[in-house]
Write a protein that binds this ligand. Sequence first.
Ligand code: SF4
Length: 416
Amino acid sequence: MATYHIETYGCTSNRGESRQIERALRDAGHYRVDGPEDADVAILNTCTVVEKTERNMLRRAEALDEETADLIVTGCMALAQGEAFESADVDAQVLHWDDVPVAVTNGECPTTTPDVEPVLDGVVGILPIARGCMSNCSYCITKFATGRVDSPTVEENVEKARALVHAGAKEIRVTGQDTGVYGWDTGERKLPELLDRICDIDGSFRVRLGMANPGGIHGIHDELAELFAENEKLYDFIHAPVQSGSDDVLEAMRRQHHVEKFREIVATFDERLDHWTLSTDFIVGFPTESRSDHELSMELLEECRPEKVNITRFSKRPGTDAAEMKGLGGTIKKERSKAMTELKMEIVGEAYASMVGDRREVLVVEEGTADSVKCRDPAYRQVIVTNATDRGIEVGEFLDVEITAAETVYCYGEPV
Ligand code: SF4
């Protein structure tokens, strides 16, 4: 959980991107503060319409770099002239809008709690199933606020899911700090039962399982893979943040898994499911990460070939044990995150390119830009369908599409 400051420049579209970023940050438990000096992270959403604007953006980035612990630069100038910030010696992560929320989260789990009512956002229902986790990661500040896992009963969560479906939810996002440990506090691991019961609710909808740490799902991964294979309401999607390919680093992070457990989970899903999405996270530049540790992370990424990867440059959060460790220099972190990001783009791009020519049933989850709609296929891959108005396509409906083209992190589909 971090405090952030955000500044947005330019057109209404850029302001829309900032609203999306803020929504994701709020859902993950982060909160906004009034000035950059009080924030853990400052976000500069840039514009690059004329040369004068570019100079202003650079000056503003330099000032924010001085004033805050961490700076993220996003927006049009970041995408078109990202290298200008590096040339000006601004120590910032230069990111696409979609990657900002994860970078702010800094490798921690989202702070979602079940004591607030589930939220329906368009056709997406957010269902927090439990508060807290079973870990004590050395870099995590969220843990201070949330404590050990505290799980409401399966029945309570199923009732909330049912209410969401009745209110119009077509996609239910099962969330929590660590969904894999749901029920551990009661002595029973209840995630498979909960997912099964939610899928039994009458109606046409999909269920997306949120962050589940490898240590939490290991042991129920066989049961989960079986459930995914049998139940078409469940998106074939797992978000299991491995964070490093080195056991030494995982121990220093005090994660509850070693790399082998993660490999076993991936292998099990590979065996049971033809088309599924592995989403994982890596923290780059953890204080104890040596060059060879970094190489191990690169090798793991290459080996497991996840279709979605969040890469976070390590930064210190006050009061955590990792904040007391001697950190790596900014240049090392920058170089490692650049190398990993390049590999990630190659791997993810290949996964989307391989879908061209396939037919899929997709759920239309929200409106996109320029009269397009964003859809999700059964493995939660993003599919864009254009000319939605002419085609009479509405958010919340299911469509059969053929995948006709792919970009790095999404593809295009034509209704068939
Ligand atoms: S699993 Fe680790 S990172 Fe996630 S909330 Fe618990 S202590 Fe924090």
